[in-house]
Ligand binder design. Structure first.
Ligand SMILES: *Cc1c(COP(=O)(O)O)cnc(C)c1O
Ligand code: SF4
Length: 350
């Protein structure tokens, strides 16, 4: 095998690919000991090794700043553990659950909100635990939607996925199966027609939500992988994390949203970055995020508008965090801001 046909999984691999300098290896050894590393050939191929701020490299190449912590950071920033009734399930909202089938991902994002729970060192969900998780779903008729997440569920073989999808499809109250993945951009060749077929179940709706953060991730091979899903009748949505120096400028964010829409992927969420350990070098302010959302709304198609959300620390769930366009002035009297930023009274003065 040549060097570009395998994922990079350690510091020597990164160094050979010129993604880290030799004088940084010592500083990075502690980072590598603590957090999983993986960069697929498809992602590594997007990196310009001569650009120290390359937006793809920054997402996947470890940084000594990952050992710095700030107040408020937590190993479980969105409170998964306190809402986990059985292994593999997170049940925070009444009508939907997360089902975490694997702790593995094709790439390990340096800003991952589950970084303390994922990676090859984390224990996999055993088959008895999966039985128990599926029994939990079957025993809760209010569960209308199951979100397969992890890790990345699409690291599993089509055979395993087919079994899980079939077992979920057998639960009559589950109407929607949603898959959260980075695979179409991380390793587009894995989205084979056979894999796509396994994701569909008769009488159920399957959605795929793609995690991507920079327009450069949507290269022709990734676009073709998404097209295989959409052409098969699987609607796609996007989620992105607002990341300092990667996509926190109006042009890049707009280009990312347009790339999604051009791929028939409806922008869904723009996440304010979670308070995961060692991620302060990716943090933006909420004011910055709101300003970027205002710019997006002011200049681009309605199809290009995601909802900007914050996952409230402690397990209280996601909330939209603006910007707000409507202010109440008195009972039934409002001030509303238009896309240019001008304010108007509603109802209009008589
Ligand atoms: C994010 C999340 C969901 C999905 O939320 P939507 O707003 O429906 O996308 C479901 N359960 C948990 C625990 C979550 O964190
Ligand atoms: S793909 Fe998702 S779960 Fe995996 S490291 Fe990236 S953010 Fe975390």
């Amino acid at each position: 095998m040549n060097a570009t046909s395998k994922s990079l999984r350690n510091l020597s691999g990164l160094k050979r690919s010129r993604l880290i300098r030799d004088d940084r290896r010592a500083a990075l050894a502690d980072v590598a000991a603590r957090y999983a590393i993986a960069i697929t050939p498809a992602m590594a191929g997007l990196i310009d090794p001569n650009d120290p701020d390359d937006p793809i490299a920054r997402q996947f190449v470890p940084d000594p700043a990952e050992l710095e912590s700030r107040p408020g950071e937590s190993a479980d920033p969105i409170g998964d553990r306190s809402h986990s009734p059985v292994d593999g399930i997170v049940h925070r909202y009444p009508d939907r659950v997360l089902l975490k089938l694997t702790h593995l991902c094709a790439v390990y994002c340096r800003f991952c909100f589950r970084r303390e729970m994922i990676g090859p060192r984390a224990p996999a969900l055993k088959s008895e635990a999966l039985d128990e998780a599926l029994a939990y779903i079957a025993g809760h008729p209010e569960i209308w939607e199951v979100v397969l997440t992890g890790g990345d569920p699409l690291v599993l073989s089509p055979r395993r996925l087919k079994q899980v999808v079939a077992r979920l499809a057998a639960i009559s109250h589950v109407a929607v199966i949603r898959i959260h993945t980075r695979m179409p951009v991380a390793d587009p060749a894995r989205i084979t027609p056979a894999l796509v077929r396994t994701l569909k179940a008769r009488g159920k709706a399957t959605y795929v939500v793609l995690h991507a953060n920079h327009p450069r991730e949507l290269k022709p091979a990734a676009r073709a992988a998404c097209a295989r899903l959409v052409d098969a009748g699987i609607p796609m949505l996007s989620q992105s994390v607002l990341l300092r120096g990667i996509n926190d400028d109006a042009e890049t964010l707009a280009e990312l949203m347009r790339a999604f829409v051009a791929c028939r992927i409806k922008p869904y969420y723009l996440h304010h970055a979670d308070l995961a350990p060692g991620t302060s070098h990716f943090a933006t302010t909420i004011e910055r995020g709101q300003e970027l959302m205002r710019r997006l709304r002011g200049r681009h198609s309605g199809l290009c508008q995601p909802t900007y959300v914050l996952d409230i620390p402690g397990g209280y769930g996601k909330s939209p965090i603006g910007p707000n366009y409507l202010v109440s002035e008195a009972p039934q009297r409002y001030r509303v801001t238009d896309f240019n930023g001008a304010e108007h009274c509603y109802p209009p003065p008589t």
